[in-house]
Design a protein around this ligand. Structure first.
Ligand code: FAD
Ligand code: FES
Length: 311
């Protein structure tokens, strides 16, 4: 593995090896670039795609909430949260919502396309630990991971819920969409939610009418509903994770705070380098009483909710 120093790196990641290179190079930040190959790309709905990439090293080491920065037709790479990992097959999957030329180029990928993958990047979610939290809550119940997501933020939550299930947690999710025809991956989420999936649509065409915030507010009012569950049992340890538009994150943070549930939010700031050099992604974070500009790509993208939305 060859070391490159920071002066050799450009915001687009050039200076690391490119997709045609022979193997991983280790940046001084400790993060890696890999030559990878598209396995498949298929459309989920009008503006959403599912891209599978053969990249065994990232598949092996990636943790829920981390992201990859992908080469594309544009000068700068584009960041995407890892949505699914098949470690045995060496494949990662990402969900792509079409925004501009970079996402459109990646969504048009054909099997065999060479990609340069920088990752896994950033700090992911801290998932509940069944053994210890079960004992400390005194409820005898495994801890519950509740995921709240909307927009392109829902994809990394799938990976987090899957891992939490494997570790023995109970899991539930609240996902928001504009309308019924925008709903994607509902069956995939249902498969990793032991305690129910609640869908919300802005126009009420499916599930709860309104936003993720509306659905969270109603969550405990919907026991037994097909798309809703009374998720939190008495004394059960609950951890909330959220990813999506900022107002949705603020709503999830406020809902969690009012119930004294710890909440982590994943930010999707615009990025350039993706590994801590350029500070394009710096965001105001309040940590240990001090407010400072921290890099979403490096110190984040996952932060404790109170660090992003202090009282
Ligand atoms: C850590 C992280 C994880 C992400 N995970 C996913 C994911 O799993 N799936 C997914 O579809 N997208 C994800 N995104 C967003 C994705 O990176 C952008 O949509 C993409 O880079 C847009 O590139 P583009 O060339 O298509 O559009 P551009 O031409 O760059 O932008 C098109 C429009 O989208 C807006 N835009 C671009 N990036 C962002 C952003 N980060 N936040 C808000 N608005 C933006 C621009 O302002 C512009 O109006 C993630 C972003 C981050 C930072
Ligand atoms: S994108 Fe360069 S420091 Fe975060």
């Amino acid at each position: 593995m060859t070391q490159v120093n920071q002066s050799q790196l450009r915001p687009d990641g050039a200076g690391l090896n490119q997709a045609t290179g022979s193997g991983p190079l280790k940046a001084t930040s400790g993060q890696l670039e890999y030559a990878a190959e598209v396995v498949s790309c298929h459309q989920l709905n009008a503006g959403t795609y599912w891209l599978q990439i053969y990249c065994p090293a990232v598949a092996l080491s990636c943790q829920p909430g981390q992201f990859v920065n992908l080469s594309c037709s544009q000068f700068l790479r584009r960041p995407f949260g890892v949505a699914q990992v098949d470690r045995a097959a060496g494949i990662i999957a990402i969900g792509i919502q079409l925004k501009g030329q970079g996402s459109a180029d990646l969504a048009a990928s054909r099997p065999g396309r060479a990609l340069s993958v920088l990752g896994p990047l950033g700090q992911g979610f801290t998932l509940p630990q069944p053994g210890t939290e079960q004992l400390s809550s005194g409820s005898g119940q495994p801890p519950l991971l509740l995921a709240a997501g909307g927009g392109s933020g829902l994809f990394p939550l799938l990976f987090a819920l899957h891992e939490a299930r494997l570790q023995g947690c109970r899991t539930a999710a609240v996902l928001g969409f504009r309308s019924r025809d925008r709903v994607v991956l509902a069956d995939s989420f249902r498969a990793v939610c032991s305690d129910g999936l609640t869908l919300a649509t802005d126009d009420g065409s499916l599930g709860v009418r309104g936003t993720v915030a509306t659905a969270l507010a109603q969550l405990e009012l919907l026991p037994g509903e097909p798309e809703g569950q009374n998720v939190a049992r008495a004394g059960q340890a609950v951890t909330v994770i959220a990813c999506g538009p900022k107002p949705m994150l603020a709503a999830a943070a406020s809902w969690s705070r009012s119930r004294q549930y710890p909440c982590q939010v994943s930010l999707e700031e615009r990025m350039a380098c993706g590994f801590g050099l350029c500070r394009t992604c710096a965001c105001q974070i309040t940590r240990e009483g001090r407010t400072e500009m921290l890099r979403v790509c490096y110190e984040g993208p996952v932060f404790n909710a109170e660090e992003v939305f202090p009282e």
